[in-house]
Ligand binder design. Structure first.
Ligand code: URP
Ligand code: ZN
Ligand code: ZN
Length: 464
């Protein structure tokens, strides 16, 4: 059967390492040509991209669809959350498949495959969240990396029931290093946080803002120092998820200056939102209860600087939405509020509008942070995160002039509030291609349920 050949004509193509005006030709699921002057008569479909930017499809390596948490589930399914991702130009997500205490990693993987398969409309993979390093867990790792295509894992230094001890982190990092596996780490120092939570509750300090006050930025710093020390002992180059503070960044800078490599990710909420959102209004505050919490505004410039100078490599969302009703469970006791906020749909447009247009990032740094670096670190490059011959035709045709106001009234995430409600931004994903298929066209979805493919990943790569 003859494959359709689509010509994206004369757009400005932005990759992590170059910007060029050129034609892109898609045949079937792949990009087959990038260059000047492709003949229109050789194409079945021609799209004029002359006023547009072309970005590789976004890769959000930190989402939580249908995550069981605090007696409920995060409110996006793979079906709704992945469609929202596509609307926002993200064509691949990596979600966290969480081990149950006492259970195997393979059981967790099977459970998450079941949630996503036939549902997801964008491409997807999983990190394996390790919460209980019982006797057989380490022996599962070779099979997961070599046969299942799961090359990244996550562990926590916080959350009483699921955090791993220092010796367990050491065993895990060491087992992963041997096989090209990567350990992602939630870095907050769990024991002092638990003490703070208990003390606040005992003192009757139950308002949602005490969630943030129980988790000061210095405890992100100490957790990073802790995991870096272990990583150094076993020669692992770990990945810090959702870096939120200037304190944490300074620790990473110190570690890097001492010659140790450590990857880091931050999220739009830490770059654009701040602790002033923890107001007297309990429900308003509960919307922004997440871990780590929002920090003082003064931290934001440091995080932007970290992105610009290569201390932070990736912008992901930590998309973990809960409705106002779910958030309300904890209005009288902050420790019962399910942690997290929606964001998978907003990342690319926010980071263009607030990152590139406000001169925090160059266009190439933007593409690196939202697509290329995630693909490289997590073993998907150049299949994903790249506009070049041979890569999957995951492409966003982006209108850099269109203005919009973010609102829950028209977003596609299954959540009745937006963390960025009312924010005005310039730039919009106009057309989104996933593996050569036009899946979003001017806000209209053209994708069939279950179109997303599971991406078997290669070993993770160090990008230093
Ligand atoms: O508050 C958050 N971030 N919820 C999701 C779980 C996590 O720690 O990433
Ligand atoms: Zn986390
Ligand atoms: Zn998370």
């Amino acid at each position: 059967m003859k494959m359709t050949r689509t010509l994206l004509k004369n757009g400005t193509i932005v990759n992590f390492d170059r910007t060029e005006r050129a034609d892109v030709v898609i045949e079937g699921e792949k990009i087959v040509f990038v260059g000047a002057g492709y003949p229109e008569e050789n194409s079945d479909v021609v799209i004029d991209a002359s006023q547009k930017l072309l970005f590789p499809g976004g890769i959000d390596v930190h989402t939580h669809m249908e995550l069981p948490l605090a007696g409920t589930f995060s409110h996006d399914t793979f079906s709704s959350g992945s469609l929202a991702a596509l609307h926002g130009g993200t064509t691949t997500i990596i979600d966290f498949a969480m081990q149950s205490p006492g259970g195997s990693l393979k059981q967790a993987l099977d459970t998450w495959h079941h949630k996503a398969s036939g549902q997801a409309v964008c491409d997807y993979s999983f990190h394996l969240g390790v919460v209980d390093l019982h006797a057989s867990v380490l022996s599962e790792i070779p099979n997961l990396i070599e046969r299942e295509g799961i090359s990244s894992f996550k562990a926590f230094t916080a959350y009483r029931d699921i955090m791993l001890s220092g010796p367990d982190l050491k065993l895990l990092m060491s087992a992963l290093s041997d096989r090209g596996g990567l350990l992602c780490l939630h870095c907050e120092d769990g024991l002092p946080i638990e003490k703070n939570i208990k003390a606040n509750i005992a003192a009757g300090k139950l308002h949602p803002r005490f969630h943030a006050l129980s988790r000061p930025a210095d405890l992100e710093r100490t957790a990073i120092a802790h995991i870096a020390k272990i990583a150094k002992e076993v020669g692992h180059q770990p990945y810090v998820v959702h870096l939120s503070s200037a304190d944490g960044l300074r620790e990473i800078e110190k570690i890097r200056n001492e010659g140790q490599f450590i990857h880091a990710e931050t999220c739009p909420q830490y770059l654009l939102l701040d602790e002033s959102l923890y107001t007297e209004n309990a429900l308003e505050s509960a919307k922004f209860v997440l871990s780590p919490p929002l920090r003082p505004k003064s931290h934001q410039n440091d995080l932007w600087r970290g992105l610009k100078n290569g201390l932070i490599h990736v912008i992901a969302t930590d998309h973990c939405p809960f409705t106002l009703k779910q958030k309300s469970r904890g209005l009288a006791d902050f420790s019962k509020i399910p942690n997290g906020l929606p964001g998978v749909e907003n990342r690319m447009e926010l980071m263009y509008g607030k990152g590139v247009l406000e001169s925090h990032l160059s266009l190439n740094q933007f593409v690196d942070a939202i697509a290329a670096a995630p693909a490289k670190i997590f073993g998907m490059f150049p299949q994903k995160g790249n506009i070049g011959p041979g890569s999957d035709a995951d492409i966003v045709i982006f209108d850099p002039t269109q203005k919009q106001v973010i609102s829950a009234a028209h977003h596609h995430m299954n959540c009745d509030y937006s963390a960025y409600e009312g924010m005005e931004i310039t730039g919009r994903c106009e057309k989104v291609f996933l593996r050569g298929h036009l899946v979003i066209d001017k806000g209209v979805s053209l994708v069939k349920e279950g179109f997303g493919s599971f991406i078997k990943r290669k070993a993770c790569a160090n990008i230093f």
